[in-house]
Design a protein around this ligand. Structure first.
Ligand code: TRP
Length: 335
């Protein structure tokens, strides 16, 4: 027990706003699995974040449980980690508001993700999309988080979380732990299969751009065979061959081989066999996960017991921080 208290706290989350891709799996989930023994981990399904863009209610419901199932199927042990659904812990929304009043419009206007998205959605952009990094700060700060595993696209939001925390601590008194980014040793950023200069994203319009964790084997094989390469014809881990480089990354993360090993293995060969092997590696990695996800989704009672448990622990810790914040800001305790 004592040892558990000494463990550093990790918080991360995935939005249930679309189907998860192998980018989520290889870039995030697979690393989270490695953290669970060393850290006290909170892995959240951030459904409140998902609604910054309008969701079809029945899809949101289905995906929320699917993401939870994927967490577990990927190897995140619900006994060792706190797995929960963000909207089940009201402190996230509550602290979100309090922190909104401690965040400047200028700071939020500088967020590059907001700038990109507001260009894409024009005038029909929800205020929530502007405020979303503050909710993310609340997520992280509620648990006195030490480390946040995030990709580069979220680094700016994490820096904002740190700024908000520091400002609050200075204005009132030390309340929040200042979180650091956690950059995994073997960080993998999986790129779009059609435009390998972009990160693989579930929101791409072209289904050949990404592989979903739940894609059937024949779909995976087809998408990999169509993945963009180049006319150089050499399997090389090089910035001149971003398509091939991405496929090497995928193969390397799945098999544990280094990119150099892979280059050597395919020396003197074109892309045909290489692509076949990449596809088979993905298929055999995902098959057991897909099977487990389907099993889990058919056992709603089990899933319910997992998120109820997680919520209980998360609520307890989050409320402790929220009460402190409320008290320091001058709110009358409920008693
Ligand atoms: N904003 C993150 C994303 O879009 C998801 C997220 C929400 C998150 N809250 C978080 C990630 C807290 C890490 C920590 O990917």
């Amino acid at each position: 027990m004592e040892q558990q208290e000494a463990k550093k706290v990790i918080f991360s989350g995935i939005q249930p706003s679309g189907e998860l891709t192998i980018g989520n799996y290889l870039g995030a989930l697979k690393n989270w699995v490695k953290l669970q023994d060393e850290y006290d981990c909170y892995f959240c399904i951030v459904d409140l974040h998902a609604i910054t863009v309008r969701q079809v209610p029945k899809d949101l419901r289905r995906r929320t449980l699917e993401v939870l199932s994927i967490y577990i199927a990927a190897g995140i042990d619900p006994e060792k980690n706190t797995l929960f659904i963000q909207s089940h812990v009201p402190a996230h929304s509550e602290l979100g508001w309090l922190l909104n009043c401690n965040t400047y419009m200028g700071e939020l206007s500088r967020m590059t993700q907001y700038k990109d998205k507001s260009q894409r959605y024009g005038n029909n952009i929800a205020a929530g999309l502007f405020n979303y990094p503050v909710l993310m700060a609340a997520d992280i700060l509620l648990y006195q988080t030490d480390l946040v595993p995030v990709g580069v696209d979220q680094k700016q939001h994490l820096e904002l979380s740190r700024d908000i925390a520091e400002r609050f601590n200075n204005a009132y008194s030390p309340t929040f732990k200042i979180p650091d980014p956690y950059i995994p040793k073997a960080g993998a950023k999986i790129m779009d299969l059609q435009e390998p200069t972009k990160k693989m994203s579930k929101s791409s319009d072209n289904a050949n751009s990404y592989i979903l964790i739940m894609d059937p084997p024949e779909v995976i094989r087809k998408k990999i065979s169509r993945a963009v390469t180049d006319s150089i014809g050499v399997v090389k881990y090089s910035d001149e061959q971003l398509g091939v480089k991405n496929l090497i990354t995928i193969l390397s993360v799945i098999t544990g081989k280094t990119p150099e090993d892979i280059e050597k293995e395919y020396e003197g060969q074109g892309y045909a066999q290489f692509k076949k092997d990449v596809a088979e590696a993905i298929v055999s990695e995902l098959e057991p996960i897909q099977k487990k996800v389907k099993e889990l989704l058919s056992d709603k009672t089990y899933l319910e017991s997992i998120y109820k448990n997680g919520t209980e622990k998360a609520n307890y810790v989050a409320n402790k921080t929220l009460r402190k914040v409320q008290k320091k800001m001058g709110f009358i305790p409920k008693k």
